[in-house]
Design a protein around this ligand. Structure first.
Ligand code: GAL
Length: 569
């Protein structure tokens, strides 16, 4: 079991390093991630490499039995790099070229940045690839920066050509006949930059897909230079609406899935959510919690320490779900710099603090912990980054649709009931699961629809699902044969209402015509709200937690169905 965190010794004088390793030993730290933001210290000027400090860090850690997860520092190009290659600085959608001054100010499509990234990976592989302290490689940090510059425009066009083949097909798939957007030359196509009003949703979705592939290519270039060292290569997945990363696709390219977990709501429920996603993305291979914080509520308004006992609680949630480590950002709280108020495993006040005592106790707990027995989930929830991106669009029938919440709701209810939950891609094999939940999956491929229809276990699909194809074109007719229903109309709700079984429903409703399914619960006007067609259930509204919990209990343990509701039908 790995235990440790991001370690940034370049921020500290060397005498602090000796203190650090002594404290690491006390806390039973056995792995640290170094180098994430070290570009300017190892290459302070073009062509000038300075490895003395990093060499000494390697040797010191090794002498103390602490293994190293070495990062390539490509997430934070130094000031000289942007000055020398201004075309590598990020351009926002409104055309502003960002300046150096923060971090992550790069463009993955800029040739000079790609070349520099490869050079960094090769130089580090050569210098440290054989070092006995090296345990794994950490490429970059939390991929996610979106750029809209001309390099990106060129790469986007090449990607679109490969995906759609010819312009006629692209025009058809993007429905460019609407608002006179028909393209007659590939060079007319731009990344979705600032525009007058609503953008084209298909273009937006393809841009997200493109960014994911483009960043993945940047990762793969580095990975392939690092792999000959024989050590596993990974990158830490960030999780947020801003992240254009298709996690299922990326998970196939990393040697072990690594996730960062920065919960903002209920810490335990959100950690379980992240951990269940990570385990599912890893698909049976090892995965690791690469970053979590000793702080909660790191917002512009406040930064709070975690409540007592919380570090251990969320860490164990990850470990129970198969993480092979518990890592933090960061080891020692920074003295200055942009994140100086972000908490560390060693706080500003030093080791004689509650946080460090909890860290030390956690190190002991993890060292003594037997490997938790793997559990096989019986419930799966469909997770699809593309559906999340699609529901972030504008011009939808309701701006209150929230993909993440639609997925999190059943997850947290199942977590509270003690379940470990699997996440699945819409085209995965569903056969291991008794119940597959499909929340608000707006775009679906034909393959995914067939996959759903073929599942022999129970399926619970919820509102605004399977409404469009993968290009966001509406599937006309509204028929859902696998569910024995046709959706005639979408009717977002302005206020909650009470269903026939007394449950509270909100956000959304639909007019459903029954084509073989039966109505299980109805709207106040008597039309179906929840339907059932054999094992295929369809929920056309958002249920309050209590009612959703009853439904899940009923689907998993029919003997517990409340009398007079689902089971009697
Ligand atoms: C993470 C990031 C770290 C650090 C941390 C705290 O998302 O990877 O480098 O910035 O957040 O904000």
């Amino acid at each position: 079991m790995y235990f440790g965190g991001d370690y940034n010794p370049e921020q500290w004088p060397e005498d602090v390093w000796h203190d650090d390793v002594a404290l690491m030993r006390r806390a039973r730290v056995n792995l640290v991630t170094i180098g994430v933001f070290s570009w300017s210290s190892i290459q302070p000027a073009p062509g000038r490499w300075e490895f003395g400090r990093l060499d000494r860090v390697f040797d010191l850690l090794h002498a103390n039995g602490i293994a190293i997860n070495l990062a390539t520092p490509t997430a934070s190009p130094p000031p000289w790099f942007g000055r020398r290659h201004p075309d590598t600085l990020t351009v926002t959608a409104d055309g502003t070229r960002l300046s150096h001054g923060s971090r992550d100010t790069y463009c993955v499509s800029a040739p000079a940045y790609r070349e520099a990234s490869k050079e960094l990976a090769s130089v580090l592989a050569e210098r440290y690839g054989g070092h006995p302290a090296l345990a794994m490689w950490h490429v970059h940090n939390e991929y996610g920066t979106r750029c809209h510059c001309d390099h990106v425009a060129r790469a986007f066009r090449a990607w679109l050509r490969a995906r759609h083949g010819d312009l006629a097909t692209l025009n058809e798939r993007w429905t460019t006949a609407f608002w006179s957007q028909g393209y007659s030359d590939w060079d007319e196509i731009e990344p979705p930059r600032a525009t007058q009003w609503l953008p084209n949703p298909s273009q937006l979705l393809d841009f997200r897909r493109f960014l994911s592939d483009e960043m993945l290519a940047h990762y793969v270039e580095q990975r392939d230079l690092l792999r000959p060292t024989g050590k596993p290569v990974t990158t830490n997945f960030a999780f947020g609406a801003w992240v254009p990363v298709d996690h299922w696709k990326w998970a196939r390219e990393v040697d072990l899935v690594a996730v960062d977990d920065y919960p903002t709501g209920d810490l335990a429920e959100e950690s379980a959510f992240t951990a269940d996603l990570a385990r599912s993305w890893a698909g049976g291979k090892p995965w690791i919690l690469m970053e979590q914080a000793a702080a909660v509520e790191y917002t512009p308004r406040r930064t709070l320490p975690r409540p007592p006992g919380d570090l251990a609680r969320t860490t164990l949630i990850h470990v129970e779900r198969g993480s092979i480590g518990a890592m933090f950002f960061q080891w020692r709280a920074s003295r200055g710099g942009a994140e100086q108020w972000f908490h560390g495993m060693v706080p500003h006040a030093g080791p004689d603090t509650r946080t460090f005592r909890e860290i030390t106790a956690l190190g002991e707990t993890l060292a003594a912990l037997p490997t938790p027995a793997a559990r096989t989930p019986e419930v799966a929830i469909v997770w699809d980054d593309e559906a999340w991106w699609a529901l972030q669009g504008r011009g939808l029938p309701s701006q209150d649709l929230d993909y993440l919440e639609a997925v999190k709701q059943p997850h947290r209810l199942l977590y509270r009931a003690g379940h470990h939950v699997a996440f699945v891609h819409p085209e995965h094999d569903f056969s291991p699961y008794r119940l597959v939940i499909v929340p608000s999956l707006l775009p679906v491929t034909g393959t995914a629809l067939a996959n759903l229809a073929a599942h022999r276990g129970a399926v619970l699909m919820s509102y605004f699902s399977a409404v469009t194809d993968e290009h966001l074109r509406v599937r006309l007719g509204g028929r859902l044969p696998a569910f024995g229903i046709t959706i005639k109309e979408h009717r977002p709700l302005a206020a909650p209402l009470t269903l026939s079984d007394g449950a509270e429903a909100s956000l959304w409703s639909e007019e459903i015509a029954l084509d073989g399914a039966e109505a299980v619960v109805s709207y106040p006007d008597g039309t179906p709200a929840l339907t059932r067609f054999g094992k295929a259930w369809y929920l056309s509204t958002r249920l309050a937690d209590k009612a959703y919990e009853n439904l899940l209990t009923c689907l998993l343990r029919p003997t517990y169905c409340p009398t007079g509701t689902y089971e009697e039908r």
